[in-house]
Design a binder for this molecule. Structure first.
Ligand code: SF4
Length: 106
């Protein structure tokens, strides 16, 4: 069980006032050397899907799967941190533009 995942990607269906509502997260970016090479593959574009995911108020994420094997917090395809921060500095149109801001190069 993980804690609250803060997320600034407000165009995502799972984002509810800066908190991720997805029960399972998939963070991608195998071999990443920089934060920008990581991404949240769970991102669901709200304008194409719906904001149905926001109707369930969860406020926590159960599992964080992660393929960023170059991160200090990576262990056996999972993240060992209780909480991570997901975001992006620009407007997000596609999941590849999201980043795991908690990434720490090992
Ligand atoms: S902190 Fe590291 S191990 Fe955890 S989700 Fe982000 S990139 Fe993956």
């Amino acid at each position: 069980m993980h804690g609250t995942i803060s997320c600034s990607v407000d165009s995502c269906s799972y984002n509810q006032e800066g908190v991720c509502n997805a029960s399972i997260l998939n963070i991608g970016g195998s071999g990443a050397q920089i934060t920008e090479a990581t991404s949240c593959e769970t991102y669901l574009k709200q304008s194409e899907y719906s904001n149905l995911a926001q109707t369930v108020r969860r406020g926590h994420t159960d599992t964080i799967f992660c393929s960023v094997d170059t991160c200090a917090y990576h262990d056996k395809q999972h993240c060992t941190l209780k909480e991570i921060e997901v975001g992006c500095l620009k407007d997000v149109d596609d999941y590849t533009e999201t980043d795991c801001l908690s990434f720490e190069r090992e």
